[in-house]
Design a protein around this ligand. Structure first.
Ligand code: ADP
Ligand code: MG
Length: 402
């Protein structure tokens, strides 16, 4: 059932408690962390600005890093409050506690359009434990609950799930709404042909998604380390490539399932191999893969080859809907990034609806400078995978039905 949107709620003069995802990527240096990317704050701005325009009193809450239930100054959200101030040109009140006297006093003195940010929710062990007392204390701070933290929606924590019990009105924010529009509605009945590109580190991370997508996709193309497990299942030598030796049966099962469903299941037909995983490593020739000619003993598969790129481009050109999850090579090393960049370029050129999910694939698209050429880029790695698997996410289940 469709969920209530913040746009359906009268927020004027109300205390609106908003769960955002300000879990920003950082560079750690001993006791300091440096924020390297503020995209997640910017992604929350539509909801924040909507609430300001509609004269709500906004109390923002988020987790940040993994302080493991203890106060860790380096994971304080205070600098984030300062940064948000510069993004919205309005002072952001900061509450050094998440519950209790400090935020209660602050919220009691708030006026319409004011914005308060609570300290890192994960300073309290009760957050991840989904403790009802903590959830109830958070709920005291607001009249209306809004969840805009899609990236945390697959976690049943106090601020995403437990809080539902204590709030009558629980709406999705504008980012959450957009995520569900593309990852849920759009992919539920995708315009055909629907082509999926799956890559990344492990088959085991993506079994559920692959199985679920077999019901809808016309073609599934596999790249990345995950392809190696399928090679092995087919008796193709994989040298010293990364593989999940205990997932070979599963790979066979997925290959059979694709055949049964009539889904085109495309594995790489050639591979770039290298002697080591490091910049400047010695690279070999790319050769066609077959049971008698695979990856050289002692060498590793690091990217898809050019024949595979051409094959994948052909499918991409035919598609009306494309979902991409997981880089097809070790794109962090420029020599091994050609396949991943080629896929990003093919998607950018395509007129299909292009949807990118998964943390590293998103990074790859951004690195290629092609983010604005995609229809939709998800902000949730784990959450997007679970949604694509067809699982019910606690943070979404907790919201009021429309
Ligand atoms: P996403 O975050 O997009 O879902 P994953 O986390 O599943 O993607 O996988 C991304 C990682 O997979 C990257 O760090 C990349 O270096 C790695 N990877 C891709 N291809 C290979 C390969 N052939 N061998 C080893 N690692 C690979
Ligand atoms: Mg990842």
């Amino acid at each position: 059932m469709a969920k209530l949107s913040v746009r359906d709620v009268d927020v004027r003069g109300k205390r609106v408690l908003v769960r955002v995802d300000f879990n920003l990527p950082v560079k750690e240096d001993g006791n300091k962390v440096e924020i390297t990317d503020d995209t997640r704050i910017r992604e929350a701005l539509p909801t924040i600005n909507y609430l300001r325009e509609h004269k709500a009193r906004m109390i923002l809450m988020s987790h940040f890093g993994r302080p493991k239930g203890k106060r860790a100054p380096k994971y304080s959200l205070r600098p984030v409050a300062d940064h948000l101030h510069t993004l919205i040109n309005q002072p952001v009140i900061f509450s050094q506690d998440t519950i209790g006297e400090v935020p209660t006093k602050i919220v009691g003195a708030m006026r319409d359009c004011d914005v308060t940010l609570l300290e890192n929710l994960r300073f309290q062990p009760e957050e991840e434990a989904n403790d009802p007392k903590f959830a109830g204390a958070l709920a005291e701070l607001g009249d209306i609950y809004v969840n805009d933290a899609f990236g945390a929606a697959h976690r049943a924590h106090a601020s995403t799930a437990g809080i539902a019990m204590f709030m009558n009105v629980r709406a999705m924010g504008l980012l959450m709404e957009k995520e569900l529009k593309y990852l849920h509605e759009e992919l539920d009945k995708p315009a055909k042909p629907f082509v999926v590109i799956m890559g990344g580190a492990k088959v085991s991370d993506k079994i559920g998604v692959l199985k679920a997508l077999m019901q809808k996709a016309d073609a599934i193309m596999i790249g990345g380390a995950m392809a190696n497990t399928f090679f092995k299942a087919q008796g193709i030598p994989i040298g010293a490539s990364r593989v999940e030796a205990d997932k070979i049966d599963l790979a066979t099962e997925l290959l059979d399932l694709a055949k049964k469903r009539g889904v085109k299941f495309r594995l790489p037909i050639d591979i770039v191999e290298a002697q080591e995983i490091k910049p400047g490593a010695k690279m070999g020739n790319t050769s066609r893969l077959s049971p008698n000619s695979g990856i050289t003993a002692g060498w590793q598969a690091v990217d898809i080859g050019c024949a595979t790129i051409a094959l994948f481009e052909e499918e991409i050109a035919k598609a009306k809907t494309i979902l991409w999850n997981g880089p097809v090579g070790i794109f962090e090393i420029p020599d091994f990034a050609r396949g991943t960049i080629a896929i990003a370029e093919a998607l950018a050129k395509s007129r299909a609806t292009t949807i990118i999910g998964g943390g590293d694939s998103v990074t790859a698209v951004k690195q290629a400078g092609l983010a604005d050429k995609m229809t939709f880029i998800s902000t949730g790695g784990g959450a997007s995978l679970e949604l694509l698997e067809g699982k019910e996410l606690p943070g979404i289940a907790a919201l009021s039905d429309k």
